[in-house]
Design a binder for this molecule. Sequence first.
Ligand code: ADP
Length: 222
Amino acid sequence: MESTTRPPVRLLVFGRQGAGKGTQAVRLAEQFGVPHISTGDMLRAAVREGTEFGQRAKEIMDAGHLVSDEVMLGLISERLAQPDAVNGWLLDGFPRTLQQGKDLMALTGADGIDLALDLDVAEDVVVERISSRRVCSSCGANYSVQVPPTSPWTCDVCGGEVTQRDDDTEQAVRERLATYLLQTVPVVKWFEEQGLLATVDGVGDRDEITNELISLVTNRLF
Ligand code: ADP
């Protein structure tokens, strides 16, 4: 797709933990030629860098809680101001609270978000998925015990080490699912009320789900 001639593509991807949000977000961003901006990946990068901010973020993430709205708004506004984001972006993991949704809308303007996608998967399905999830500690590519990288446990994309995330323990997962229900479901509903939400069944063949998401975006934007 020609990045210079097409309209901007500004997408949000919602979905509770384990819904397949990360995988689909990477594919969609590639398809539409926009940067994949994952706040979870950004925070994990800060943790790896070992900055003071990273250390604080790690405690919050490992407990399954959310980093403050104020800090997240700072991170995301800096990221959206980068040159690669001028012609669109795909946000994965932001906004995660009603406040973040309103902050984002204030930042982009009322017409600044094209579509929010919600990957719908039942809670008992995601608990099972998360406990078998494995992630590249360098680039964030997703794998699982059932679908490991070609050479266990080395990332097919970047050669990084593929491990289980520290916040994928059962206790932290339960915390995160409760947080999602309490904090994120209201912002998903808010986008729905504004006619900006499309919900897709997140159970089924990954490629078919990707195709469905691509058609939804294409029909809406082009
Ligand atoms: P998951 O969707 O499985 O929780 P993410 O990688 O999106 O994984 O996020 C991991 C953690 O990073 C979250 O549990 C939370 O602590 C923190 N985080 C990510 N995005 C946000 C955000 N927008 N607001 C607050 N905290 C966030």
